[in-house]
Design a protein around this ligand. Structure first.
Ligand SMILES: [Zn+2]
Length: 272
């Protein structure tokens, strides 16, 4: 990465390389980014090379990704290599184009849902535990859990054209309480912190599939899981009650809008 040193544009000769850390706000996140530039010791003018600019762009993207809990470019490369996956193999595993993998590794910021897909593709205990609660994601099981809630509550919580405003909260508590008490969730779902509380990540893409899913194909609920669902339903017989309880949870409150609420926070639940 050695580059020819720059000359001062005003003719003062060689400029000096200056490295610094710069604080900035990027997409609402406060980050610290290493900056390197050339500075003329005579007139103080600063300039950077194209390569330096590219490195700064990448540093900003990575500092941001770190700040909001997304995998950084280097982390994606490292995890991929650890699994001996080529970029192409990872792309296939995720059902995305190879160009996406190249961009994310190179410094383009992946969306939260793609970050989630990356973490699932990499498997790994820590990602599995924090995003999917040590369980394989299962849409039929989501349906099964919601049906169990409906039978205890004696009403429908999954409705046509549903935005899962309330259903997602019952689901979230079921997953989080199960994770806290048994070390694994019930459905493998990932939850995002949205303004209206914890929400099933990408629920818009999932809702149709949940409606159509055949819950009889899901692994049956254990007695312990049924007990947890009953406890939650009895504590929050009205949808408004679970909505309000979820809004008091600090593990939701402290996440920036759209960020994943990790299962590893389940110990800090207060509503139940
Ligand atoms: Zn100068």
């Amino acid at each position: 990465m050695k580059e020819a040193r720059m000359d001062c544009p005003s003719g003062h000769g060689k400029m000096a390389l200056r490295k610094a850390k710069k604080r900035m706000t990027f997409r609402g996140a406060k980050i610290v980014v290493p900056i390197e530039q050339y500075r003329c010791p005579v007139c103080g003018i600063e300039a950077g090379t194209v390569n330096q600019a590219a490195r700064i762009q990448k540093s900003i993207a990575d500092a941001y990704r770190k700040a909001v809990n997304l995998l950084t470019g280097n982390e994606i490369v490292e995890k991929r290599k650890k699994l001996s996956l080529t970029q192409e193999a990872l792309a296939k595993r995720m059902n995305v184009g190879i160009a996406s993998i190249k961009r994310w590794e190179g410094g383009t910021i992946q969306s939260k849902s793609m970050d989630h897909a990356l973490k699932i593709a990499f498997g790994g205990q820590s990602a599995g535990d924090s995003c999917i609660g040590n369980r394989t994601f299962s849409i039929p099981r989501i349906k099964l859990v919601l049906k169990e809630f409906e039978s205890v509550l004696g009403k429908h919580i999954l409705k046509k054209n549903d935005k899962m405003l309330f259903a997602a909260k019952y689901l979230w508590y079921a997953d989080m309480v199960a994770h806290r008490e048994t070390g694994e969730g019930m459905t493998g779902s990932t939850y995002a912190a949205l303004p209206y509380g914890p929400q099933l990540n990408n629920y818009k893409d999932l809702i149709e599939d949940i409606m159509r899913a055949d819950e009889s194909t899901a692994k049956t609920l254990s007695p312990g899981e049924k007990k947890i669902i009953t406890r939650i339903a009895l504590k929050f017989p009205e949808e408004r009650m679970i909505y309000e309880a979820a809004h008091k949870e600090r593990i939701w409150k402290r996440q920036p809008n759209g960020a994943i609420i990790p299962y590893t926070d389940s110990a800090e639940l207060t509503g139940l």
